[in-house]
Design a protein around this ligand. Structure first.
Ligand code: CU
Length: 110
């Protein structure tokens, strides 16, 4: 029979063992991209896989955030001071479907 004390210690070591890899990987971060005067700021951003980007529209008219190549995803239009967010898993090129000259890129650090 192992004592309760040993059992507790083993539980603690077990939790620690699982906890350390999670800390080493880092918790996902949030990045902000402002939409201002018909531009994404910053237009080019590098993140880690699993990070979230939050776009906030600072113009007084609507914009959207849309996959540029084949419109695989889109925020749909959102208005002044509204936000839209996306968890990033791979490189993305995007634009505003309403104003096609507005472009941005997301690169995932390997
Ligand atoms: Cu726009």
């Amino acid at each position: 029979m192992i004592s309760l004390k040993t059992k507790r210690l083993l539980q603690f070591v077990f939790v620690l063992g699982i906890g350390i890899p999670a800390i080493a990987q880092g918790t996902p971060k949030k990045y902000k991209v402002e939409i201002r005067k018909m531009k994404f700021i910053p237009a080019n951003i590098s993140v880690k896989k699993g990070d979230t980007i939050v776009w906030i529209n600072k113009d007084f008219y609507p914009h959207d955030v849309t996959d540029e190549k084949n419109r695989a995803w889109s925020s749909k239009q959102f208005g002044q001071n509204e936000t839209w967010s996306k968890v990033i898993t791979k490189d993305e090129d995007y634009f505003c479907d309403l104003h096609k000259t507005m472009k941005g890129t997301i690169r995932v650090n390997k």
